[in-house]
Design a binder for this molecule. Structure first.
Ligand SMILES: [Zn+2]
Length: 183
């Protein structure tokens, strides 16, 4: 098992890289530490943000005995991927030249010709690297690595939770642009 968990706190964030191998670790104290770790993070007082359905993502790992599928559903979960699409489509509306202009801003359609809306079907789900690239104009490949995926989920979760408008997003991007030019 190989997973990354970002522990988001008020003033700092910690990314834990968890590696576990039954053959090697089952009878070690490390097993008990991990078992406790999962008991803590799946507590009902915690909120877990994921890209995709948490249960679907973790069910393959239940076989290691570190947690049960029923433990996973104790925590409050937010599927950021599911919440991203309506937020994004509301901010990045169809262009005036697009056939969908002013008709169905929230819907991804095969009739849409906007290049800022890469998905043309309502059943398509955004990939994390595309979501970050199209929202923040940040590099794709950077977010292919797991640590950066954790940070990306938190960043996108934040702007959705805070209901960022296009003005707020543009002001943020402008600030980042100036920072890059004058580090
Ligand atoms: Zn369009």
């Amino acid at each position: 098992m190989f997973i990354h968990v970002e522990l988001v706190q008020d003033s700092q964030t910690i990314i834990a890289l968890i590696e576990y191998c039954t053959e090697r670790d089952r009878n070690s104290s490390y097993y008990h530490i991990l078992h406790n770790f999962f008991t803590i993070i799946f507590d009902s007082s915690k909120t877990i943000q994921t890209w995709g359905n948490l249960l679907d993502l973790l069910v393959p790992y239940a076989q290691y005995g570190l947690f049960a599928s029923s433990d996973v559903s104790q925590a409050q979960t937010i599927n950021v991927q599911k919440r991203f699409k309506p937020w994004y489509n509301n901010i990045f509306r169809h262009d005036i030249q697009c056939q969908q202009y002013r008709k169905y801003d929230e819907i991804d359609s095969s009739l849409c010709t906007c290049c800022h809306r890469p998905y043309k079907s309502s059943s398509c789900q955004w990939s994390i690297s595309k979501a970050i690239a199209y929202t923040f104009d940040e590099r794709y490949d950077y977010y292919m690595h797991d640590i950066h995926k954790c940070l990306a989920i938190t960043k996108l979760g934040h702007v959705i939770n805070e209901k960022w408008t296009s003005q707020k997003l543009n002001a943020y991007k402008q600030k980042q642009f100036i920072k890059k030019k004058n580090p």
